[in-house]
Design a binder for this molecule. Structure first.
Ligand code: BG6
Length: 471
């Protein structure tokens, strides 16, 4: 079991008053404290532009923990809050970082600690923060340093390359941890391990047997007050370039030992994906926006931001060649579900009632594995009904929230479940032409009703391939 117990650390959270911090990071820190996964000596430093003192910061953290947890251990929470401090500062101001450096020295009592700078801030201020961390000596040889950057890294290939350049100018690659929180989810990691531990799956995961693959991440929630972020990002940038493509690479990557070569294999799998040849990009991508999006606070009337998208991909890997991958994600849809469905080729004789075999790996929502077989219903004529074998997929071992697990791994210097630069580059490279197409003012944006399965047109879109959505 991975613990941080022997390593004192300072965790500096840039964007401490932001949405991600309050909904994910503070609750995750509380769970680590509850499960006794934090060392005796550590400090959590919130850094943001909002004016606040330690007390107000602690109150904010407390509220976010109470909101997330059905039950709170008061002693654990009180103790956690004592480790928390707030530094009010600007991201562009070198002198604010000098003050931060001094405060850190004091809290760390002159010892040698692991320092983690966690950037949960807009990419527009990344450069200033990287440079100021270096200038103020927060990043120095005395302490082990980790710079954790949340996805999306950039908003296209060009801006990603710029950020990469700025980051590597300041830090060594071993100090850079590019975070996609899906890679901290047990269920998502399990995509790889299910294959690796069940050779029977590997035998049937090949193009001669598979008809197509569906990768879906649907959410009933809307933009949850994140207009500023979402309006410039949209569903396609927000979900496809990171979460959905990473799921595809875990499903198709070569099995490999742990460590750096694991990341390389994940990257290679990503690099195998390509956009199917098409007369028109509308044949391989479709975007939508839920009705009422324009009325959300902070969204301009006439906004063209997509809140739904679906994309078709192919892979060059010999095992998956020719198998279409349909990726789909959207906000304000009927249910929360993250699912990979693998539809196998139909049987050579289609009897009455028979349907093709299918394997569903449901990672979020009603998480479980479902193998769809079929059985004869009985009688003198061959007629079939579905036979579904299923089991819930639940974490029963050392289960931590994704940000908690990733934070422990970052403290320990383990990079396997963080993205490599080349991985992010491969995904931007693949999706840039599609994003450019979606950004064009004349590309159609289909409306859909909140609580539905997305735009009706997505049905006709997939039907062109003589296929229909599996759910
Ligand atoms: C984030 C996106 O990366 O993932 C959000 O920015 C999205 O828009 C979220 O809602 C989904 O994550 P999860 O863990 O709820 O599936």
């Amino acid at each position: 079991m991975l613990t941080a117990a022997d390593t004192p650390f300072s965790f500096i959270l840039f964007g401490a008053s932001g949405h991600l911090a309050t909904i994910k990071i503070y609750p995750a820190l509380y769970v680590l404290a509850l499960k006794k996964r934090l060392p005796k000596d550590y400090v959590i430093v919130g850094y943001a532009r909002t004016e606040m003192d330690d007390m107000a910061f602690r109150k904010m953290v407390e509220e976010s923990v109470r909101k997330d947890m059905s039950e709170v251990n008061e002693k654990v929470l009180t103790d956690l809050l004592k480790h928390m401090h707030y530094v009010h500062g600007q991201y562009m101001e070198a002198k604010d970082f000098t003050a931060l450096a001094k405060a850190l020295e004091q809290w760390e009592k002159g010892g040698s600690w692991v320092r983690l700078a966690y950037l949960s801030i807009p990419p527009t201020v990344f450069t200033a923060v990287f440079q100021n961390l270096c200038k103020a000596g927060i990043h120095n040889k005395k302490n082990l340093f980790r710079c954790i950057v949340e996805k999306p890294v950039g908003h296209d290939l060009g801006s990603f390359e710029e950020i990469r350049h700025q980051l590597t100018d300041c830090f060594d690659e071993k100090e850079i941890f590019l975070l996609d929180h899906y890679l901290g989810k047990e269920a998502v990691r399990n995509i790889y391990y299910l294959r690796a531990s069940n050779p029977v799956l590997e035998r049937v995961f090949k193009n001669t047997l598979i008809h197509h693959v569906e990768v879906t991440a649907s959410e009933p929630a809307g933009i949850a007050g994140r207009a500023g972020y979402y309006e410039h990002t949209g569903a396609f940038r927000d979900m496809f370039q990171s979460h959905l493509l990473e799921m595809c690479s875990l499903l198709t990557m070569r099995q490999i030992e742990e460590g750096e070569s694991f990341r390389e294999s994940r990257q290679n799998a990503l690099e195998q994906f390509y956009l199917p040849p098409a007369g028109d990009l509308d044949e391989i991508v479709l975007q939508g926006q839920y009705e009422g999006y324009e009325k959300e606070e902070g969204i301009a009337k006439g906004s063209k931001t997509n809140t739904y998208a679906t994309l078709k991909l192919l892979s060059r890997s010999s095992r998956w060649q020719g198998v279409p991958f349909y990726l789909r994600s959207g906000k304000k849809l009927a249910k929360k579900e993250t699912r990979i469905s693998i539809q196998f080729q139909p049987p050579s004789v289609i009897w009455k009632g028979s349907t093709p075999n299918r394997l569903d790996i449901i990672l979020q929502g009603e998480a479980g594995m479902r193998l769809h077989l079929q059985t004869k219903i009985g009688g003198s004529e061959p007629e079939f009904r579905p036979l579904i074998m299923e089991d819930p997929l639940v974490c029963l071992g050392d289960c931590l929230p994704e940000h908690g697990l990733l934070l422990l791994e970052a403290i320990d210097g383990r990079q396997q479940w963080f993205l490599r630069f080349n991985e992010v580059q491969a995904s931007w490279r693949l999706l840039d032409p599609i994003q450019a197409h979606l950004d064009r003012p004349d590309t159609h944006l289909y409306r859909y009703k909140p609580g539905s399965k997305g735009p009706m047109e997505a049905e006709g879109w997939i039907a062109r391939d003589a296929t229909r959505w599996l759910s």
